[in-house]
Design a protein around this ligand. Structure first.
Ligand code: SF4
Length: 340
């Protein structure tokens, strides 16, 4: 890793610095969650990105290296990122070339195969999605050939590999899995992992989102508090998206991400890069900026940095804050493509 002077921080048009980079490494997934990749839309005939269109590991590392002075963290997402061949090799390369904290969001079922390798490659943090503990609810939500025990085995493999305080994310959707909130809280209380509930969002165009489907963070906290009394905890960083609560009996913490009812666009510092090399400045963006073309046609590092600087400096996205004022519908990109 070469050391140069630290790059000046890019600020967007609303004064928000660039801080986090989320790399989607594949648009494929081995689940078909109803809210993300419903099987009717992502069936056998669905055309996933051809391999030649994916950024190679070298291209990804080249890109991230240019911004290592700007970034506080890189998160690998998908689709399901562990479906990308040799993902630990990318982790190793990014760690070696950038030294940045690296996190991975996964559905967890491939962790028994990869957790040790990921730890060895230098992955720092893991987030595992788990929307239900009840087998029937889990299978209805995920619509795949995996069960709850596959995810729990993945978590156990992560622990054995040395990952502590794994974030366990649950998207709560009314009528689908709000019955699971307390069961999940009980299960992960005292486990050392941090359970986080996420309000159901209108990402993409295929999940038929309606505001009535949202179980608010306040409602989620009340559901838990009734059974397992909670008290609020200060956010560690202003950019943390989860509001934190701890169990009054000292058995750990739970987080809620109120993306719909209390949007956090004001501190949003995330830049997203899709698997095919398009940059997006918001999860709800409708169009991206191509970096694969410039990367492959020999653009200089200065040209690539300028491209991102200009994109970031023009950024005015604050979709979640404006959600109720925007005229619907607008065609949005799918989360499986952009990363959640
Ligand atoms: S809506 Fe866009 S700008 Fe607001 S928090 Fe989400 S990604 Fe960031």
């Amino acid at each position: 890793m070469s050391s140069g002077p630290p790059a000046p921080t890019f600020q967007d048009a609303l004064g928000r610095p660039l801080g986090d980079l989320r790399l989607s490494v594949t648009d494929r997934c081995n689940f078909r969650c109803r809210y993300c990749m419903p099987r009717e839309k992502f069936g056998p005939e669905h055309q996933f990105l051809p391999r030649a269109e994916l950024l190679s590991f070298e291209e990804l590392a080249h890109f991230v290296r240019l911004f290592r002075g700007q970034l506080s963290k890189v998160r690998l997402t998908g689709g399901e990122p562990l479906l990308r061949k040799d993902l630990p090799a990318l982790v190793r390369l990014l760690k070696r070339d950038t030294g940045l904290p690296l996190a991975l969001t996964t559905n967890g079922v491939l962790l028994p195969r990869f957790a040790a390798e990921l730890a060895d490659a230098g992955l720092d943090r893991l987030t595992v999605s788990l929307d239900a503990l009840d087998e029937a609810v889990f299978r209805r939500v995920t619509d795949a050939d995996y069960g709850v025990s596959d995810v729990l085995s993945g978590l156990a493999a992560a622990e054995r590999a040395g990952f502590s305080r794994v974030k366990v994310n649950c998207v709560v959707r009314r009528g689908h899995n709000e019955s699971e909130v307390v069961a999940l809280a009980r299960h992960f209380r005292g486990s050392g992992h941090v359970l986080r509930f996420i309000e159901y969002m209108d990402v993409g165009s295929t999940n038929g989102w309606s505001a009535a489907d949202v179980v608010s963070a306040a409602e989620i906290v009340a559901l838990i508090d009734r059974e397992l009394p909670l008290e609020p905890v200060e956010r560690a960083l202003p950019t943390d998206v989860a509001a934190r609560y701890r169990y009054r009996d000292g058995s750990g913490e739970v987080g809620v991400i109120a993306s719909v009812t209390q949007p956090f666009c004001g501190s949003c510092s995330r830049l997203r890069l899709s698997a095919d090399g398009q940059l997006y400045t918001c999860l709800f963006a409708t169009s991206g900026t191509d970096v694969r073309g410039p990367l492959r046609s020999g653009a200089s590092d200065d040209e690539l940095v300028d491209l991102v600087r200009q994109l970031w400096e023009r950024r005015v996205d604050r979709y979640s804050e404006q959600r109720t004022q925007l005229v619907m519908p607008r065609r949005r990109l799918e989360m499986s493509y952009l990363g959640g």
